[in-house]
Design a protein around this ligand. Structure first.
Ligand code: AGP
Length: 613
């Protein structure tokens, strides 16, 4: 969950690393630090709190040098404090480490090292890494061999970068398991290391992704990669197409607001090159889907977490309705423990913005073990979920920085719709007319998103009314039930308001007891096959004194007359309705949080990529 940046080259590493960390702060923001080698010595600055505190510290106590490494932390072991912030120095002051992950056997290692007389200066598990490296250096090994021995001794999943003042011409990094990515950026006479592409995008688009159990020795002019067992690896260089400006806030107050507004573009990009409107056909070549597999596929498990899981719930309805393949959605954190009944005719389809979520990756591993085919729908190019899959759909959402996921929710809705049509076509379960209509409807998507964004002035009025609430219910049915879950998740994670998404039909079985005049009830009631049922639910909420905020289709006078406040969304084919209903809910959560003066992009206790289980 932490952010890592490293630089080696002729320039001063300090500014490069601070800028890179700024773009990674969403990965963790409870403390930050930086280390550089200067005149043969390691200099460290670190502090608790956000990156701005580190910047102030460096302004008052400047450092400069190269190579350098930096880190933003999401605490797992040890409270967020200056002493627990990374980078961590060893006892000699000649080795320094930044780390993402958990050293699962750190207590055991700490006992062994302490017995040898090592004194620990933090409460972190990370510190064991640097002491182990020093231990091996003291036996005469160089930095890379000491690092390798250390990497094979620590248990768990990790992204690690090390520097040593004894060998100031190199950085050593490794990726072990699923603690998040390690990407090496290739420059001209300089090289970079990062946990995520946006950190280095302004310097280079040429990148190499480390696979699990690979380590690299990075100098100014060279990158040498090998496995932890010492086998040399011939790396594949990827060219990243993301625009560095896409990772900037621009005219917007927060990344989240910018990303909500980017959905017209991200959905246009999602369709680009995949939809042949003339022939009414879908192309998803990176899935490597064969007609033979489409025919024998008898069960799909969608695995994902949080917002991505809500996208999966919509996907299940689309796949079952259009392609008629049984599909179930399992949370990444549960799948592995559910002893899933899979075989070679099953598909495990993971959805992930980061492609690095530990629970989702663990679910994929479980699917692999049980003989299923693995596909992923993923945003971060080159991420683990993309690389370990047999086929993938790349979301085309571009960098998403706000911790609350928005454009990486709507992109997979369209991806899964396209997938459902493609599978249905290959299995022969839809005729040409149905297929062509379903494909033609996709043409509407960017305009629908744009018109849903027009709800913003109305959303601001509703947000003004709701900004001081303590609880909120979100109700939906059918394809819009997951949108109720998603609307509630958005509100709770950035505004800290207790919010619950509920299948509207279940209200009468208990939760309706919660409704009184203090309880706002957001009812998602567009013109879809569940519309009439939602009308009854709105009436039931009104009868108990609840304040109803409806998401309704333009011109739906009945819903308009029943609700206290209505946000109007454009009419559209019901299978695309989640795109238009979720956008006002994203905006509502955003404006409530902004009116409450909260840190929208970096809500408390959260991080963008959840690389711990
Ligand atoms: C979304 O707003 C959340 N912050 C979170 O639920 C997120 O969707 C989840 O952690 C999964 O992340 P992923 O898409 O990167 O796998």
């Amino acid at each position: 969950m932490c952010g890592i940046v490293g630089y080696i080259g002729p320039r001063d590493a300090t500014a490069i690393i601070l800028n890179g960390l700024k773009r990674l702060e969403y990965r963790g923001y409870d403390s930050a630090g930086l280390a550089v080698i200067h005149d043969g010595k390691i200099d460290v600055r670190r502090d608790a709190g956000k990156l701005s505190r580190l910047v102030e510290l460096i302004e008052s106590e400047p450092i400069s040098g190269s190579p350098g490494i930096g880190h933003t932390r999401w605490a797992t072991h040890g409270e967020p404090s200056a002493r627990n912030a990374h980078p961590h120095l060893g006892s000699t002051g000649e080795v320094v480490v930044v780390h993402n992950g958990i050293v699962e056997n750190y207590l055991e290692l700490k006992d062994e090292l302490s017995a040898e007389g090592v004194v620990f200066n933090s409460d972190t598990d990370t510190e064991t890494i640097v002491h182990l490296v020093e231990h091996y250096q003291s036996t005469g090994l160089d930095l890379s061999d000491s690092a390798r021995k250390t990497f094979t001794q620590i248990q768990g999943a990790h992204g690690i970068v090390l520097l040593s003042s004894k060998e100031p011409d190199k950085m050593v990094c490794a990726r072990i398991g699923n603690a998040g990515g390690v990407v090496i950026g290739l420059g001209d006479g300089e090289n970079f290391i990062a946990s995520d592409i946006p950190a280095i995008l302004e310097h280079t688009r040429k990148v190499i992704f480390l696979d699990s159990r690979q380590m690299a020795v990075v100098t100014r002019d060279n990158v040498h990669i090998e496995t932890l067992e010492g086998r040399p690896v011939d790396p594949q260089v990827h060219i990243v197409s993301w625009d560095p400006v896409a990772a900037e806030k621009g005219e917007y107050r927060h990344f989240m607001q910018k990303e909500i507004h980017e959905q017209v573009r991200s959905l246009t990009d999602t369709l680009a090159g995949r939809v042949d409107f003339e022939k009414g056909q879908i192309r998803l070549p990176e899935l490597n889907l064969t007609p033979e597999f489409a025919q024998r596929l008898d069960r799909i498990f969608i695995t994902a977490c949080g917002t991505a899981a809500h996208a999966g719930m919509v996907g299940k309805i689309l796949i079952e309705k259009i392609a008629r393949i049984p599909c179930e959605v399992q949370l990444g954190s549960e799948f592995r423990y559910s002893d899933p009944i899979t075989n070679k005719n099953s598909l495990v389809l993971s959805i992930s913005q980061s492609g690095e979520t530990a629970d989702t990756l663990a679910a994929m591993e479980e699917g692999r073990k049980k003989g299923a085919t693995l596909w992923s729908v993923v945003n971060a190019i080159g991420s683990q979920a993309m690389r370990i899959a047999d086929g993938f759909i790349s979301m085309q959402a571009g960098p998403e920085v706000g911790v609350a996921s928005t454009k990486a929710f709507t992109a997979p809705l369209v991806d899964l719709y396209m997938l459902a049509v493609l599978l249905a076509d290959m299995r022969g379960v839809i005729d040409n007319t149905v297929r062509k209509t379903l494909v033609a409807d996709l043409r509407l998507v960017p305009d629908l998103a744009s018109r849903a964004l027009n709800t913003e002035p109305g959303v601001e009025i509703v947000a003004g009314r709701l900004k001081d609430i303590r609880d909120c219910l979100y109700l939906g049915r059918g394809i819009n039930m997951p949108i109720a879950f998603e609307g509630a998740l958005k509100l709770k994670e950035i505004s800290y308001v207790h919010a619950e998404g509920y299948p509207a039909g279940e209200m009468k079985h208990g939760p309706i007891a919660l409704i009184d005049k203090m309880m706002p009830v957001v009812c998602i009631a567009p013109k879809d096959p569940w519309h009439d049922k939602m009308i009854s639910q709105i009436q039931q909420a009104k009868a108990r004194g609840g304040t109803v905020i409806a998401i309704a289709t333009e011109g739906d006078e009945l819903v308009g007359s029943l609700a206290d406040l209505t946000l109007w969304v454009p009419e559209c084919p019901w299978m695309l309705s989640p795109i238009v209903t979720v956008i006002p809910l994203q905006l509502l959560a955003y404006h409530i949080a902004a009116m409450r003066g909260l840190d929208v992009d970096q809500p408390r206790n959260l991080a963008k990529s959840v690389t711990v289980e």
